[in-house]
Ligand binder design. Structure first.
Ligand code: SD4
Length: 324
C-alpha cells in the first residue's frame, strides 16, 4: 500500500514535471543518473557510472565517484591535494547518505586519504552519525585505513606563499572565496534509489579546528528516497545558516523542479547572509525522476551530469549575479 508520504511525494513530482499520470511519469524517468560539482566531477561521474550502468547501487557509486577526487593530487580542495589550514595542516570533512535516512560523517580528519569511506564506516559499523578529529582517525585506522601524509609539495608552496603575505591576521572569508571546489555527488540508480556523498579539505587557510557545511547532514548534503537529493558547494558558513541541502530537498518535496529548488534555496542563503555578493554558494539536485538542476550566486559554477542519453558532460549553472 502506498504511504501518505509516498503519495504526497509522487503527487508533487507529477505536478513539477507537468505530468498527469503515473504511466507518463514512469516513461519520463531518466535512470540511472549521476551529477557532481565542478569540472573534477567528470572523472568522479565516470567512476560512479561504471557501477550505475551495470545496475549497481547508488550508495556504492557515490562513494567510488568521490574517491577519485580524494586521490587526485591536482584537486586542491579535496583529499590528498587539499590546501591546508592556517597552521599548514590538511584536515578533511566528508559525509555520505543513502535514501532512507542512513548517513555517516567525519570532520577534522587528518592523514587519511579517503574520508568518505570512513564516513561510510561510521554509518555502517557504528550507532553514530558523526565522528571528528583524533577519534575519527583512530576509528579509521582500526578499520583498516592506512595513515598517509596529505600535504602535497604544491600545497606546501601555496601555503608558504599565503603565510608570507598574511603574517598576522586571519580573516578566512575574505581570503578564501576563490577556494571552493568541494565535490558533492548525488545519484539515482536503475532501481530508483538515491544516495549522495560530499567531501572536502574545506576552505583553504581556514582557522585550525574550523568545520564547514560539507560533513553536516542537511547542510552540505541531504537525500530522501521519496523525493530527491542535493549537495552544496561554496562558503560553508553561509550554507549552514540556511541548512541548504535539506532545504533544496524540501523545496522539491513541495513540487519544485530540481532547478527551481536550487534557485529558491540560493535565495534563502542570500536572505540569511547580508554579504552574499562577496562569496560563492552553489547547489546541485536530482529528483526521483532523474531530473537534475543547479544554481549559484556567482556566475562561475558548473556541474557534471552523466546519464544514458547524453553521456558525461558539463552544465553551466545559472547564477543570481550576472557575469562581470
Ligand atoms: C566548506 N563548502 O568547507 C566547503 C568549501 C568548499 O566547495 O570548497 N566548497 O565550506
Amino acid at each position: 500500500m502506498i504511504s501518505r508520504r509516498q503519495f504526497v511525494g509522487t503527487t508533487a513530482l507529477v505536478a513539477s514535471g507537468g505530468m498527469s499520470t503515473l504511466a507518463e511519469q514512469k516513461q519520463a524517468m531518466n535512470r540511472p543518473v549521476v551529477i557532481s560539482t565542478w569540472r573534477h566531477g567528470l572523472a568522479a561521474n565516470e567512476a560512479a557510472w561504471k557501477i550505475l550502468y551495470k545496475g549497481g547501487r547508488a550508495l556504492d557509486a557515490v562513494e567510488a565517484g568521490v574517491c577519485v577526487s580524494e586521490s587526485d593530487p591536482n584537486v586542491s580542495s579535496v583529499g590528498v591535494g587539499g590546501l591546508p589550514d592556517a597552521s599548514g595542516e590538511v584536515t578533511l570533512d566528508a559525509c555520505i547518505m543513502g535514501g532512507n535516512g542512513d548517513c555517516g560523517s567525519v570532520a577534522y580528519l587528518k592523514d587519511i586519504e579517503h574520508p568518505i569511506s570512513v564516513a561510510r564506516m561510521v554509518m555502517e559499523k557504528t550507532p553514530h552519525v558523526m565522528m571528528v578529529g583524533e577519534g575519527a582517525k583512530q576509528f579509521a585506522l582500526a578499520n583498516g585505513m592506512k595513515e598517509k601524509k596529505l600535504l602535497t609539495p604544491s600545497a606546501t608552496d601555496e601555503w608558504k606563499k599565503w603565510k608570507s603575505e598574511h603574517p598576522d591576521a586571519i580573516k578566512h572569508r575574505e581570503i578564501n572565496i576563490e577556494n571552493h571546489d568541494t565535490i558533492g555527488l548525488v545519484a539515482i540508480d536503475a532501481a530508483g534509489n538515491l544516495s549522495g556523498a560530499c567531501t572536502t579539505s574545506g576552505l583553504a587557510w581556514k582557522l585550525p579546528g574550523r568545520v564547514g557545511d560539507s560533513p553536516i547532514i542537511g547542510a552540505g548534503l541531504y537525500v530522501d528516497n521519496e523525493v530527491g537529493a542535493a549537495s552544496a558547494t561554496g562558503v560553508g558558513e553561509a550554507v549552514i545558516r540556511a541548512v541548504g541541502s535539506f532545504l533544496v530537498v524540501e523545496l522539491m518535496r513541495q513540487g519544485n523542479s530540481p532547478q527551481d529548488a536550487c534557485r529558491l534555496a540560493t535565495e534563502r542563503v542570500i536572505e540569511k547572509n547580508p554579504d552574499w555578493r562577496e562569496f560563492q554558494v552553489g547547489f546541485i539536485a536530482i529528483n526521483k525522476l532523474g531530473q537534475v538542476g543547479g544554481y549559484c550566486i556567482q556566475p562561475d559554477f558548473d556541474y557534471a551530469v552523466h546519464d544514458k542519453q547524453s553521456g558525461n558532460r558539463m552544465v553551466k549553472a545559472p547564477s543570481r549575479l550576472p557575469a562581470k
